[in-house]
Design a protein around this ligand. Structure first.
Ligand SMILES: NC(=O)c1ccc[n+]([C@@H]2O[C@H](COP(=O)([O-])OP(=O)(O)OC[C@H]3O[C@@H](n4cnc5c(N)ncnc54)[C@H](O)[C@@H]3O)[C@@H](O)[C@H]2O)c1
Length: 354
C-alpha cells in the first residue's frame, strides 16, 4: 500500500521519539512491501520559533492531505510565559480541532516483567487490560475563558451530539473486547455531567442494549483505577477527566513513556501520539523511552491504514523486547543494561525483521 504520513516532531523529546516512529514505519514498509512517504512539519514551540505560529498553515494542509499524522510532543520552559499570546499548546488543540478528531483512545496494558516498575503492588496489576476513551474537542478546555483582576472563569460546555458520538465510538470498541463500558462523570455536581449521563443512558439502551454499562463518579473512578484496575474494560469520559485519569492510568504500566494514543474522528485521518509530554528534563539526552510512540505507530497501522497484521506484529515486538529485558532508564528497576532511545528502537526493529 502507498501512504503519506505527516510527521510533527514538535519540542523536547518529541523529535527523538518521532525519529523512532519513522524508523519503525520504514522497517514495516520494507518487510511488508508498503511504500510509506513522509512530510515533516512544525508545530508547537518549533512552529513559534520557525513561523511565529504554533500551528502554521503548511502544517494543517500537509495533515489534511495525509493518510495519518504522527505527533511527538509540544511545549517546554522556553515558551512557558503564561501571559504570552501564542503558546505551543494552541498548536495541539488547534490541530485536534482542524482534523476534527474527537475520540482519544488510550490502551493500558501491563507487560508482566514491568510490574515492578509500577508503584502499585503486583497482585493489583494482574490481568489489567483497559482502554480509556477520552472526549477531545469539548468541555472546559475549549469553553470561553475570562479573567479580570481578582477572578477568572473557564466555561465547561457539552452538546448532546458530542456525547452521543463518543459513546458510540466507546461502545463499538467495547463490543470488540469484554463488552463492558464504564462512563465516568461528576453527575452529582455538574450540569454537563448530568447531560452526559442522560445521553449515555439513552444511547446505550437504544443502540447497544447488549453492552453492560455502569456510571461512576470521577473521584471514585480515580480510586478504583488504583485499587481494582483489572475490573475495567472500556472507560469513556469527558475531556478534562480523561486527561487526568489517563496520566494516573499510565502509572499502572510503569512509565508515561510506555503509553500510546490515537485520536480519531469521522474521517480516517487519525492523529497518533504518545501520551507523554516534551519531557524537558531529559530532552536532548537520547534516553527517552520510544515505546509510547512505537505503540502509537501500531495504532496508526490498525486504525488509519487497516494493516491489522502489521499492527499486531509491532505490538508483539514491543512486548517481546520488554519481556526479553530491554529497558530504557525510566523502566529499569534492577541493574539492567540501560538502552538509549535509538538502541531500544533497534531492539524492536530487529524483532520485526522476518
Ligand atoms: N501532548 C503533548 O504534547 C503534551 C502532553 C503533556 C504535556 N505536554 C507539555 O510537556 C511539557 C512537560 O510536561 P510534564 O513534565 O508535565 O510532562 P511530561 O510527560 O513531559 O514528563 C513527565 C515526566 O515523565 C518523564 N517522561 C515523559 N515521557 C518520557 C519518555 N518517553 N521516556 C522517559 N521518561 C519520560 C519526564 O522525564 C518527566 O519526568 C510541558 O510544557 C507540557 O505542557 C505536552
Amino acid at each position: 500500500m502507498d501512504a503519506l504520513i505527516t510527521l510533527l516532531p514538535g519540542d523536547g523529546i518529541g523529535p527523538e521519539v518521532t525519529k523512532s516512529g519513522r524508523s519503525i514505519l520504514d522497517t514495516i514498509g520494507k518487510e511488508f512491501g508498503h511504500n510509506f512517504s513522509f512530510s515533516e512539519q512544525h508545530i508547537g514551540g518549533s512552529g513559534i520559533d520557525h513561523c511565529n505560529d504554533p500551528l502554521p498553515s503548511n502544517t494543517i494542509s500537509s495533515c489534511n492531505e495525509s493518510n495519518a499524522v504522527i505527533l511527538g510532543a509540544v511545549g517546554g520552559p522556553k515558551w512557558d510565559n503564561p501571559n504570552a499570546k501564542i503558546r505551543p499548546e494552541q498548536g495541539l488543540l488547534g490541530l485536534r480541532a482542524a482534523l476534527k478528531v474527537f475520540a482519544n483512545i488510550r490502551p493500558v496494558q501491563i507487560i508482566p516483567s514491568l510490574s515492578n516498575a509500577s508503584p502499585l503492588k503486583n497482585h493489583l496489576l494482574k490481568d489489567v487490560d483497559l482502554l480509556v476513551i477520552r472526549e477531545l474537542t469539548g468541555g472546559i478546555y475549549f469553553g470561553e475563558k475570562k479573567r479580570n483582576k481578582s477572578s477568572a472563569s473557564d466555561l465547561c460546555i457539552y452538546h448532546d451530539y458530542e456525547v452521543e458520538r463518543i459513546i458510540r465510538v466507546a461502545a463499538k470498541l467495547a463490543k470488540t473486547r469484554k463488552n463492558k463500558l464504564c462512563s465516568v462523570d461528576k453527575a452529582n455536581v455538574l450540569e454537563t455531567s448530568r447531560l452526559w449521563r442522560d445521553i449515555t443512558t439513552k444511547t446505550m439502551s437504544s443502540e447497544f442494549p447488549d453492552t453492560a454499562i455502569e456510571h461512576i463518579l470521577v473521584d471514585a473512578a480515580a480510586m478504583y483505577l488504583i485499587n481494582r484496575p483489572a475490573d475495567f474494560d472500556v472507560i469513556v469520559t469527558e475531556n478534562m477527566f480523561g486527561d487526568i485519569l489517563t496520566d494516573e492510568a499510565s502509572m499502572l504500566s510503569g512509565s508515561m513513556g510506555m503509553l500510546p494514543s490515537a485520536s480519531l474522528g469521522e474521517s480516517s485521518v487519525g492523529l497518533y501520539e504518545p501520551i507523554h509530554g516534551s519531557a524537558p528534563d531529559i530532552a536532548g539526552k537520547g534516553i527517552a523511552n520510544p515505546c509510547g510512540m512505537i505503540g502509537s505507530v501500531a495504532l496508526l497501522l490498525r486504525h488509519s491504514l487497516n494493516l491489522n497484521e502489521e499492527a499486531d506484529l509491532l505490538e508483539q515486538a514491543i512486548y517481546d523486547a520488554i519481556e526479553g529485558g530491554a529497558r530504557t532508564a525510566d523502566i529499569a528497576t534492577n541493574n539492567e543494561n540501560i538502552l538509549s532511545t535509538d538502541e531500544m528502537t533497534n531492539v524492536i526493529i530487529n524483532r520485526l525483521k522476518k
